[in-house]
Design a protein around this ligand. Structure first.
Ligand SMILES: [Zn+2]
Length: 294
């Protein structure tokens, strides 16, 4: 992809530390604070601090020793983009590109696109949907409307799944942004409600349609950017093929996460990515009213 001239998105956060897991008290508090903050509001944090003080722990010492700063905002004024590594900068070019593409598409429909935030973490992070772990792969959390990415997944994509190349990586981000688009359009909420009143198998079948639509949206983005180069589509299809459920299920150590339930077969993923790539039209991504997914 010719992404060099793309402007980087400023909608990002960096969660530092976490490499050592739930180690010292400071680290633990760093994890607890945002969790409690998100679940119970600031009052929850106050309660935690009071509990710690009653226990004889000086919370300030823990905060000082905390290794995680999960709530840094992506606004340029409160965030130092110079801390980012090359892969993260590159990812933000992809994100910036999705913002412009979806902004335009939403505008054409008389709607406004609210960008998602890309959260970079390493090994262990925290999301509005619970713990984030590298083993989960990238995911979108509807609770906080953020995309979580440990960029080491790109290495995995290359080495374990044999899907190298910049478009393969960009497709991963664009797929998660696709979930955000579904969230904004209300599709995600509608389907999640339907899933609660059907069997597990039916729920999984609905999940497949969610995932394939996100693949199609990723293709729509790629087509509309006009930045594709020779070989990109093959790269993307190779990635779609590699991370289909039937391929993925061979891998061990699965952790149940929002985005990992059921993604469809490799053939289905390739078909819907291709559908988006060919048409560039999100209206052609209606996986919910299609009998033949594959
Ligand atoms: Zn997904």
């Amino acid at each position: 992809m010719r992404l060099d001239d793309e402007q980087e998105s400023s909608n990002f956060e960096v969660q530092r530390g976490g490499g050592g897991g739930f180690g010292g008290g400071g680290n633990m508090l760093g994890l607890l604070l945002p969790l409690i903050g998100s679940r119970f509001g600031c009052g929850g944090i106050v309660v935690l601090l009071v509990v710690l003080m009653v226990m004889g722990v000086n919370p300030l010492s823990l905060i000082g020793g905390g290794q995680i700063a999960p709530t840094q905002q992506g606004a340029p004024s409160s965030h130092d983009a110079s801390q980012l590594n090359q892969v993260q900068h590159w990812s933000l070019k992809v994100l910036g590109s999705t913002e412009r593409t979806w902004g335009k598409i939403f505008q054409q429909e008389g709607k406004q696109y609210e960008p998602t935030t890309l959260v970079f973490y390493s090994q262990n992070g925290i999301s509005g949907c619970g713990a984030a772990q590298s083993a989960m792969g990238p995911f979108y959390c509807p609770q906080d409307k953020k995309v979580y990415l440990d960029t080491s997944f790109y290495d995995e994509l290359r080495q374990r799944f044999g899907a190298p190349g910049d478009f393969a990586q960009a497709y991963v981000i664009a797929h998660e942004v696709g979930h955000h688009v579904q969230d904004l359009l209300g599709t995600l909420g509608d389907v999640n409600r339907r899933q609660q009143s059907v069997s597990e198998a039916q729920g999984n079948a609905l999940q497949v349609r969610i995932e394939l639509q996100a693949d199609c949206y990723a293709g729509v983005w790629a087509k509309q950017t006009g930045l594709l180069e020779a070989g990109d589509i093959e790269e993307g299809l190779k990635a779609a093929n590699a991370i289909g459920d039937d391929t993925l299920q061979k891998s061990a150590g699965q952790v149940p996460v929002p985005d990992s339930f059921t993604h469809g077969s490799s053939a289905e993923r390739m078909k819907w990515l291709r559908q988006g790539l060919d048409t560039g039209d999100p209206a052609q991504c209606d996986t919910f009213n299609t009998r033949d997914l594959g």
